[in-house]
Write a protein that binds this ligand. Structure first.
Ligand SMILES: Cc1cc2nc3c(=O)[nH]c(=O)nc-3n(C[C@H](O)[C@H](O)[C@H](O)COP(=O)(O)O)c2cc1C
Length: 376
């Protein structure tokens, strides 16, 4: 399964695993893949703690850090995080806060206990908040790759990452975005099909991957969106991808941190239970469909704001539904892709990786034997 990108990064398997959970990141890299820590929810001091922990648990293996600097967002241009937050807070309509609060109350989700820290309302998805995260990541020598979601990162970010000897990756959902990444000097392009979890476009993987691969050749492309088996990895490599970038399947591994009610919802869901919705973050994001996503979509109700304003409305809901997950199933934020229908059991990371490799080998053999049988 080794591809040239494995040699570049010093890894055994071209299986990239996005996760917000440090245990998953370290376990994937230890198993020969490449774990990537999603930094968006971590203030810089917390990210420092997470990276230090991974450094201590990943042996001599490399890993990555993922940041989010969208190509377009409200308040773009303001580089001072405190000023940006004040400016954005003033722009959030009271009507939206009231609507979100009522939705939670109608579904019986309690308020946070007094003194409990709410989720940070201005997440790291602006240049102002992501830059300090990059500073942290670049202080850790085992971080070999910085990835950016939602757009081509600014030139100074790419320069800084390259000057430190690291590689820069960026996600995309269309060949045009992929070309812009390549022209900006991105080293690895992640082509994410619309069935993928989290923020995603609307073109399916099987159609998107070859278009992006052709558009940016010879820049290495990782295939993302919907991958949950080694058969799909074989298909992605056959199309010319140099590896795969996965997210959803790591949500239900033994090492992943999740309230049991949330994990159960993921294990029970089918591939038809997700929807692309702007209701939590302001940009289209694939998640489990529930009463919350339906309410923000219903005529007559407030429409979701842009990024990052909408999360300033929903941060309280995310904290409360996480805290009271067993009471909040109908209104919880469950970002996940359509591959959720293949996520039916809890297994350790190492087993998941081994099975992906086994299935990949079986798929390659099957291809050889079916065509050999056809030829005879
Ligand atoms: C819960 C969740 C959160 C995500 N958050 C981010 C993120 O912060 N940054 C990012 O680059 N991608 C994020 N993604 C997308 C993943 O990096 C990856 O591209 C996607 O999960 C691939 O599709 P799959 O879910 O079908 O494997 C997220 C995905 C999930 C499931």
């Amino acid at each position: 399964m080794r591809t040239p990108l494995c040699t570049t990064l010093g890894i055994d398997l071209p299986i990239f695993a996005f996760s917000h959970c440090r245990d998953v990141v370290a376990a994937v890299s230890r198993a020969g893949g490449f774990g990537v820590l999603g930094a968006v929810g971590f203030p810089p001091d917390q990210l420092e703690i997470e990276c230090r922990w991974i450094d201590e648990h990943v042996g001599d293996r490399p890993y990555g850090v993922d940041i989010v600097i969208p190509g377009k967002y409200e308040g773009m241009g303001e580089t001072d995080p405190a000023k940006l937050e004040a400016m954005l807070l003033a722009a959030v309509p009271e009507e939206h806060r009231r609507f979100a609060d009522k939705l939670l109350a109608d579904h019986g989700v309690p308020k946070l206990p007094p003194g409990e820290k709410p989720v940070n309302e201005l997440l790291g998805w602006t240049a102002a908040t992501a830059n300090p995260q990059i500073d942290v990541a670049l202080r850790h020598p085992k971080v070999k790759l910085i990835a950016n979601a939602l757009g081509t990162p600014p030139a100074d970010v790419i320069e800084r990452v390259h000057a430190s000897g690291r590689f820069m990756a960026a996600l995309c959902g269309a060949p045009k975005q992929a070309r812009a990444h390549r022209e900006a000097g991105i080293d690895v392009i992640v082509a994410q099909g619309g069935e993928g979890g989290g923020h995603t476009g609307d073109v399916g993987s099987v159609v998107l991957w070859p278009q992006v691969i052709d558009a940016v050749a010879p820049t290495p492309v990782l295939a993302a969106g919907g991958i949950g088996s080694g058969r799909q990895i074989a298909a992605a490599l056959a199309m010319g991808a140099q590896g795969v970038w996965t997210g959803s399947i790591w949500l239900t591994v033994a090492e992943a941190e999740a309230p049991p009610a949330q994990r159960d919802a993921l294990l029970a869901a089918t591939s038809r239970d997700t929807v692309r919705s702007r209701s939590f973050t302001g940009k289209p994001c694939r998640m489990l469909r529930n009463a919350w996503t339906d309410a923000w979509d219903a005529p007559g109700n407030p429409k979701p704001l842009g990024m990052p304003l909408q999360f300033m409305v929903t941060a309280d809901a995310v904290a409360r539904t996480h805290r009271y997950a067993d009471k909040a199933k109908d209104v919880m934020f469950n970002p996940v892709g359509q591959v959720v229908g293949m996520m039916n059991e809890v297994r350790p990371v190492k087993d998941v990786i081994y099975r992906l490799v086994e299935e990949y080998l079986e798929a390659v053999e099957r291809l050889q034997s079916v065509t050999a049988a056809g030829a005879s």
